[in-house]
Design a protein around this ligand. Structure first.
Ligand code: FMN
Length: 378
């Protein structure tokens, strides 16, 4: 038996997950853009997710799946906007379970970053109406970047309908057999757009104060919790916009200080776990390097613990070895490790890391007792 932390089980809400090495959501741009296949998982999704589930991760979080068709990141993204789609998503949940992993799914509204093309499209820019594109919406008429569409601001009534759309999609996901859902509050999509003063300039009840900007996220979490009973409810957040001094709440962008406050409220609203990422709402320089988002996960974990809300926290981003993953868990920076790109190149990486850690734990003869302290396994 491995004594690694990585391959120990963890409980998320009422859901037991066999280990702490997870697959984070990664868009596959493989659903049809229109017609009867709009938003449905295809054979590609089954083979792609099934292979990763088989490869030893404890949980697979299926890619950003829109709660309404106009919330799709690209014209080829998944969407779970209709009860008629439940059987197709049930096949996906079944395949992941058959591989031995827990099945979660990320629910999203892309807001001003909607209506894109697949990453590999030859043409630049957003999808045009002739290929199934649409006018994106957002909190305010502020584009993500120069040259990108200026979003149409949602009316107050349209904004108030967003939590219900998340809750309905979450109910469908659980009906399809998923063990839980992840609300996408990161990477500059609609909920993050409302949170950040860099993208939200509203003066109604959905903008202005921190409390108003967080209202949409908090109502979404509460509505989703009410819709899914005791299935797991996770929230992915960008802990910072990477724009300015992160220690200062009330800045002109979303900061780590804001995140530390919000996560405590979200647990009160029904969140079982926080998955920490960063960035995506503002074009800026991100200091990406090995484990660069781990300090943000640690800060979130500390905030939750000191507020008496110690739900699990996941870290992600350029974590590329079993030893690095172990160290993050052992040092108490996070409870779960997510690895994205490494799983794209090697679906079996979970099994490889498990056998490496197990071999390290068991293959050597017992050390002389003089060396015991210095050779103790992680
Ligand atoms: C192809 C691709 C698609 C992605 N799609 C999503 C997504 O749907 N939702 C999301 O929250 N993050 C998405 N991400 C970000 C990953 O979940 C992850 O946070 C990121 O790749 C950093 O982790 P890594 O260094 O282990 O790859 C995507 C990343 C990649 C490479």
């Amino acid at each position: 038996m491995s004594r690694s932390r990585l391959f120990q089980p963890i409980r998320v809400g009422s859901v037991d997950v066999p280990n702490r090495l997870w697959m984070p959501p990664m868009c596959q741009y493989s659903a049809a853009p229109s017609g009867p296949g709009l938003g449905r998982p295809t054979d590609w999704h089954l083979v792609h997710y099934g292979a990763r589930a088989l490869g030893g991760v404890g949980a697979v979080v299926v890619e950003a799946t829109a709660v309404v068709p106009r919330g799709r990141i690209s014209i080829n993204c998944l969407s779970l906007h209709d009860d008629a789609l439940i059987p197709d998503f049930a096949r996906l949940a079944d395949v992941i379970h058959a591989g031995g992993a827990r099945a979660f799914i990320q629910l999203n509204h892309a807001g001003r970053k909607a209506s894109g093309r697949p990453m590999w499209a030859e043409a630049d820019g957003p999808a045009t109406p002739d290929i199934g594109g649409w006018e994106p919406v957002g909190p305010s008429p502020i584009p993500f970047a120069e040259g990108l569409p200026v979003p149409r601001p949602l009316t107050g009534e349209e904004t108030a309908a967003v939590p219900g759309a998340f809750a309905d999609a979450a109910r469908r996901a659980v009906a399809a057999g998923f063990d839980g859902v992840q609300i996408h509050g990161a990477h500059g999509y609609l909920l993050h757009q409302f949170l950040s003063p860099a993208s939200n300039a509203r003066s109604d009840r959905w903008g202005g104060s921190g409390e108003n900007r967080a209202r949409l996220m908090r109502q979404t979490v509460r509505a989703t919790r009410a819709a899914i009973g005791d299935a797991a409810l996770m929230i992915r957040l960008s802990a910072t916009d990477w724009v300015e001094d992160d220690s200062r709440p009330g800045a002109a962008s979303w900061t780590l200080a804001d995140t530390r406050g919000l996560v405590v409220d979200l647990v009160g609203d029904g969140a079982d776990m926080i998955n920490v990422s960063t960035g995506g709402n503002v074009v800026t320089r991100v200091p990406a390097g090995p484990g660069y988002q781990v300090p943000a996960a640690r800060a979130v974990r500390e905030a939750l613990r000191s507020a008496g809300a110690p739900v699990p926290v996941a870290a992600v981003g350029l974590i590329s070895s079993a030893a690095q993953a172990e160290q993050i868990l052992v040092s108490g920076d996070a409870d779960v490790i997510e690895i994205g790109r490494p799983l794209l190149t090697d679906p079996m990486i979970g099994r490889a890391w498990a056998s490496r850690l197990r071999a390290e734990a068991t293959a050597l003869p017992a050390p002389p007792r003089q060396y015991e302290r210095g050779t103790r396994r992680l």
